[in-house]
Design a binder for this molecule. Structure first.
Ligand code: SF4
Length: 373
């Protein structure tokens, strides 16, 4: 009989290895629908309240299809998502939500979505900036439209009470995820990079109630792994791949903080649990951490990253640059120079979900860890 900790990692790893099987199992057991969410700012509580399973799709769930028909200039996240849809790989998904996170999805998804695919789609267009006049009213209007759409797709209207319960479920999940991140800061090496990636990713596939149980079980692990730690890393960017995490683990680099989209950025920020629920979700969106793919400008993001680097006690900053991601690319020179000005060793490593350079990631991370040892 596996211990709670073993069970947690085994279940989370299996979910990450076969997300389609996990979604399919949930649908079979519940008899309900699943909604595909393009990362990372969909207010999932609305889908949860409608009885659906929100599933975040990152584009690396299937090998890229040669018949995907995706133009070569889009990033590998968008290419992977669109190619999987066009190849009919995500048949378990009943409806799609495409937020206006970046130009690729804002402008291209209608053109790239297969015309014969009749599944319902909600283009969630966010206000361009959080502090312009009317942003809150506009966002509230979009949340209400989304609520109505989710009710129609699922056949279950989203009541205020259901939304309140879902917000509590999500907030509890965020609270426990924050404990995981806290443990990684206070006790470097307590969770490996690969374990962190697995736990983060599993929570974007599984129902949040189950994921919270997995996190609790993982957090019950005791022990001190600090003896093996050679470097304390803050990791920023869209996402890490398993190869990057394996290279960090092998080099003795402990993640003590991150603002990864597939990580802290997804799980941070809680809506209020009192008052008007749609308004609470609208407010949460407008108060999200600065992000170059959202409404923030470059400076606040960099200041926030550097504040968090200092707070985490990291001695190095690793930026994982998703190839052809325009919004994040704009931040890189400023992050590099701000990091240099503060004397923080900095490395920018390219990530491409479909052209992994495992050996080069390993060599560069090993060299980065050796710097200043
Ligand atoms: S990685 Fe960048 S360009 Fe690609 S979908 Fe995400 S925000 Fe858009």
């Amino acid at each position: 009989m596996p211990s709670g900790v073993e069970w947690a990692f085994r279940f989370a790893s299996e979910t990450c290895r076969s997300p389609v099987a996990a979604v399919s199992r949930w649908k079979w057991l519940s008899g309900r629908k699943a909604a595909g969410c393009i990362p990372i700012y969909v207010p999932e509580e609305v889908l949860h309240a409608a009885g659906m399973l929100p599933v975040t799709i990152w584009g690396n769930e299937f090998p890229p299809s040669p018949y995907g028909g995706v133009p070569p200039f889009v990033c590998s996240v968008a290419a992977g998502v669109v190619s999987a849809i066009r190849s009919g790989n995500w048949g378990e998904i009943d409806a799609w939500i495409f937020p206006s996170t970046c130009d690729t999805f804002q402008n291209a998804f209608e053109a790239l979505f297969p015309p014969e695919d009749g599944r319902s789609r909600f283009p969630f267009v966010f206000p361009a900036t959080a502090d312009t006049h009317g942003a809150a009213e506009y966002m509230l209007d979009r949340v209400e439209a989304f609520r109505e759409w989710a009710g129609e797709v699922s056949g279950r209207a989203v009541s205020e009470g259901a939304l309140e319960r879902s917000i509590r479920v999500y907030n509890e999940n965020r609270r426990i995820f924050a404990l995981l991140e806290e443990r990684m800061t206070e006790s470097p090496g307590s969770f490996s990079g690969m374990e962190f990636l697995t736990l983060s990713r599993a929570g974007m596939i599984l129902p949040k109630e189950g994921h919270t149980e997995i996190l609790r079980a993982a957090l019950s692990r005791q022990g001190d792994a600090s003896g093996n730690v050679r470097a304390k890393m803050f990791v920023t960017g869209i996402m890490a791949t398993p190869s990057v995490m394996e290279a960090m683990d092998a080099a003795g680099a402990a993640i003590v903080g991150n603002d990864l989209a597939l990580g802290h950025r997804y799980y941070s920020g809680s809506p209020e649990e009192e008052g008007d629920m749609p308004l609470s979700l609208a407010r949460r969106h407008l108060r999200r951490d600065p992000c170059s793919t959202l409404h923030g400008s470059v400076r606040p993001r960099i200041e926030e990253v550097l504040r968090n680097v200092a707070r985490s006690g990291a001695d190095r900053l690793l930026l994982l640059r998703m190839r052809q991601c325009e919004p994040e690319a704009g931040d890189i020179p400023d992050i590099a120079s701000a990091s240099r000005d503060r004397g923080i060793p900095f490395l920018c490593l390219d990530v491409d979900l479909h052209a992994e350079e495992r050996a080069s990631a390993k060599v560069r991370i090993e060299a980065f860890v050796e710097m200043g040892e």
